[in-house]
Design a protein around this ligand. Structure first.
Ligand code: SF4
Length: 360
């Protein structure tokens, strides 16, 4: 049986400052976050109003760096708290924060969040959690899928952030897991992460209603994932979570079809199999997401990471229209076919008990 080796993760994120709004400090959780952050020696700026005004330098590189180093403590508005369906992952999206401190050259947030990339964490957790029971049994994504309906109503917490990246500063993910543990309902919380410090989560009463997925890529592509934990550490963290009775999963994303991908991904899947070897009653899923970009996300990512060697050449891709009419650049049909058949075969060979939830 594999043993849980000590973790050596990326250093936990230390923002340069926390900007706290008065409304956020009116919540118990908001005050606790401010206290935690201050105890770590980080400057806490109490803003005079709820408006966050950033004086960022004109130089785009410096503006990016400064925004990425800024944490804001705010109240999620009713619009932000309204749960939205999030296919193909879950029935509903639940957000504890918006933004992420890491620096991935392909970050999907570049296409979905507007403005400078500061990270906003929410203080009004009770109001956010209140939305969950209102949506129980109302799901139209996984609940409508014959293969996944047994998961219950699913709630995805990593659409607009990496919640584990912020956990040492907020405790929000632990609070939500504790909520799921106490909530005796046919429901499941899901989150995926590129971070590895799961220590605060291991002893929580999760009631078997939480699935953590490690977001992984072969180490040779980890150079596109600045500020995240090493892939081996993410897998060790997943093992620790499985040993603590959590449901677990692999988010293999984004799948990058650069030369030699077969060897690289076969190695990754073998590493995952070794990390999860002999977990009693392992409940393991796999999600497979190929690399894609939009004209908008490419423009943002090119400005954030001008030196990145990640291929994002529209001429080398096929165009796909989304249901909203916008364009996505994806791998061509032959590459997609080769990738898909490789992953399906390799996973069924190395991880025969894993369930593939979707391919995209
Ligand atoms: S860890 Fe995820 S959310 Fe954070 S920068 Fe990387 S891709 Fe974006």
């Amino acid at each position: 049986m594999a043993t849980a080796a000590p973790l050596s993760s990326a250093r936990a994120w230390q923002p340069r400052r926390l900007l706290a709004t008065p409304s956020a400090l009116g919540w118990d959780h908001g005050r606790q976050v401010a206290e935690r952050v201050a105890a770590l020696g980080i400057e806490v700026v109490e803003l005079p109003s709820d408006r966050i005004k950033l004086d960022l330098p004109d130089d785009p590189r410096r503006a990016y760096a400064e925004a990425k180093n800024t944490l804001a403590l705010v109240v999620a508005s009713p619009a932000k708290r309204r749960l939205q369906p999030i296919a193909p992952s879950a029935d509903w999206r639940v957000d504890l924060a918006e933004g992420c401190p890491a620096h991935c050259s392909y970050c999907y947030l570049a296409g979905s969040l507007k403005g400078p990339p500061i990270t906003r964490v929410y203080a009004n957790l009770p109001e956010i959690m209140e939305e969950l029971p209102r949506h129980l049994g109302q799901g139209k994504v996984t609940s409508r899928s014959r293969a996944r309906a047994h998961e219950g109503t699913t709630y995805e917490a990593s659409c607009y952030t990496d919640p584990l990246a912020l956990e040492h500063l907020t405790g929000s993910l632990s609070a939500l897991i504790g909520y799921m543990g106490d909530w005796d309902a046919d429901a499941q919380l899901r989150f995926t992460t590129k971070f590895a410090d799961v220590s605060p989560l291991l002893g929580l009463r999760h009631g078997g209603r939480v699935r953590m997925r490690a977001s992984i890529n072969p180490p040779r592509f980890a150079r596109f994932e600045g500020g995240t934990s090493r892939v081996a550490d993410r897998l060790r963290a997943l093992r620790r979570m499985a040993d603590a009775g959590y449901k677990v999963g692999l988010t293999i994303a984004p799948i990058i079809a650069a030369g030699g991908w077969e060897v690289a991904y076969a190695g990754l899947i073998a590493d995952a199999a070794a990390a999860l070897n002999d977990v009693p009653d392992l409940d393991l899923t796999v999600e497979l997401i190929t690399h894609r970009f939009t004209p908008g996300s490419k423009a943002v990512l090119d400005s954030w990471y001008p030196g990145s060697s990640l291929e994002m050449d529209p001429a080398a891709r096929s165009e796909k229209r989304t249901k909203f009419g916008s364009i996505k650049h994806v791998y061509d049909a032959n590459t997609m076919k080769a990738l898909r058949s490789f992953f399906e075969q390799e996973i069924s060979r190395a991880l025969p008990d894993a369930r593939i939830l979707y391919w995209t």
